[in-house]
Design a protein. Sequence first.
Length: 626
Amino acid sequence: MRISTSTSILNPVFPIFLKQWFSTNPNLITLFNKYVDKTNVSSWNSVIAELARSGDSIEALRAFSSMRKLSLKPDRSTFPCTIKSCSALLDLTSGNARKLFNELPKRNVVSWTSMITGYIQNEHAHEALSLFKEFLMEEGDGGRESGVFIDSIAMVSVLSACSHISQNRTTKAFHGFLIKRGFEGDLSVANTLLGAYAKCGDLTIARKIFDEMPERDIVSWNSMMAVYAQNGLSAEALNVFYGMLKDGDLNFDAVTLSAVLLACAHSGALQLGKCIHDQVIKMSLEDNVFVGTSIIDMYCKCGRVGMARRAFDRMKEKNVKSWTAMVAGYGMHGRARESLEVFYEMQRAGVKPNYITFVSVLAACSHAGLVEEGWHWLKTMNQDFNIDPGIEHYGCMVDLLGRAGYLDEAYELIKGMKVKPDCVVWGALLAACRIHKNVKLGEISARKLFELDPDNCGYYVLLSNLYADAGRWEDVERMRIFMKNHRLIKPPGFSLVEVKGRVHVFLVGDKEHPKHEEIYGYLEILSVKMKEAGYVPDTTSVLHDVDQEDKETVLRVHSEKLAVAFGIMNTVPGTTIQVIKNLRVCSDCHAAIALIAKVVNREIVVRDSYRFHHFKDGLCSCGDYW
Ligand code: ZN
Ligand code: ZN
């Protein structure tokens, strides 16, 4: 029996095979020595992973140590499992972990780093740092006497532990040491350091490390791009991608393409997304479940749910994330029935839904006002699937109930929640109170929101509008003065539109765009045509302290209108216009865009912070329910 050298940890067959093998043979390492290709890091990784998974942490660490004795350089896959073993070891022995360590007959660099990473993993940063100091003491004079010394591999292992707990302070402490010892120039150390800072959200330092790297490999490029994409900085992510293309020497891989697809999804860059899809097909990566899922997500978020479905149907292997992406995709387009169909199909295929799947299911119900289904799944997720409803599930349910007019039920649900309600939950109730003009509950929710997020202007505006609807002008004035005194400024709305492969950004009343004069001129023409078609500006979305004429002007220059106009001006008749808005689209823009779609005979798709609106022939797919 010989394990092929091409077998890697990514091959699911291998670990299962190993498990059976191991369960009948107690002396694992002996067997390992006999059969596995010892020069192959992947084989070692599989063995370490399997041992760690089966809970035999000591054997896993021993395997790691043997691997290092053979002068094999561990790769990225080696560390997570080794660290897992260390943490498990720490858990098993808890307060006596240290004793075990002290009793080790011979402590080497592996046992030291294992112990340190174990502490970091269990969030005992203080102990980890003091142990690290002891390690330095034992190392003494560069390890000449003790034979124990810190190398880059040890540093990579410590830093990957830091990236797992996303603790900036701990990362910084080790970073200082790295500089002192001159480990910064080591590529894998620098990559892991970049990853650790990225994980705790320190993008500036991550970028600095990236910029100062003397050499970069695909891991460096991929991490930098992924960090930007995951934090919603799509333009930066794409810039890194273009930089990588310019570099020329590197072949990108599945990780690269997934990160680019994520950036496309965020910014609605459909054309680029399609090019990446072509590239995926060219590289035969379509069957990679990770990439395939990113493609589904990209098409859904770029407004092409049909294309997403076709890609989904072609996927040979689907995991829970792929199914969930499709459930969520239909949901955000208001196609709740199809969303639930996919969800049932997923269960029939034997894939167990997870926490996120249920968020997507409840969001789909809320976008379509399916109250009964919502209640059903909120109960079932716990009863049948053993998943406790979390804050996101409650947020969807409160939104669903509230907008459907069941305000008291929504309030009761919040009061009975096992988790502390957050801004999303109270914000959903407040927005529903505005729709249904319930001042009493609106005030209760607003008070909670002011406590939780005192600087967010949006809640004050919502409450103020609620008062205005009820004709309580004194309260409106009180809110206005409060906002003025506290210098609360409404976050600027902006919209994105992709034209000829380039994404254009528009702000409210934007005069920065080089073509702004033509855009305003075109909007004037449109506005005449719209008024002929029966358009009356709805000014209720504007704070009530501006007079009627001002209100109309403010509305006309909302960023989504500018983006729509620019899109129409720069595409051939018949082309679908696709716009992304960072806030919820206001009721006036909603009505206006529906009419624009009619007068110019175009399909206009708007993705706001909440959902998709497909406008066609004067109507919206949301049925004015958003
Ligand atoms: Zn608007
Ligand atoms: Zn709509």
